[in-house]
Design a protein around this ligand. Sequence first.
Ligand code: DGP
Length: 116
Amino acid sequence: MDCLFCKIVNGDIPSNKVYEDDKILAFRDIAPEAPCHVLVVPKTHISSTDEVTAENSAVVAHIFECIPKIAKLGGADNGYRVVTNCGPDACQSVQHMHFHIIGGKQLPAHVFPEND
Ligand code: DGP
C-alpha cells in the first residue's frame, strides 16, 4: 500500500520521533503550526475516523490515553489542542488517520480564529 504514514511507521521515510510503542507512533509535523505540533498515528493502517469500527477502536482509546504524555514530550506543558481532519471538506491530506497535537503557545480561543 502506498501510504506515507505507513512508510514512516515502517522506517522507510525518516521522522522526528516523539513517542513510540507497539501500537502507535508520534512524530513532529513537517510543517509545524506551533512550537509543539506532533502527529499521532496508529501503526495499523486506518484511513480516517470514518474507518473506526468496534474491531479497531481500541487503538483510538490507546492514542487518547497516551496523548497527555506525548503532548508533554512534544513541548506542550500548558495545554494543547487535538485535531483530526476527515475527508475532503476537512482538507485531510494524508489518508492514514492521525491526530494533531498542537500547543506550546497561546492558541486562538476558537478553531476558526475569525470568530475571536
Ligand atoms: P492533514 O491535513 O490533517 O491530513 O495533516 C497532514 C499533516 O501531515 C500535515 O500537517 C503535514 C504533515 N506531513 C505531510 N507529509 C509529512 C512527512 O513526510 N513527514 C511529516 N513529519 N509530516 C508530514
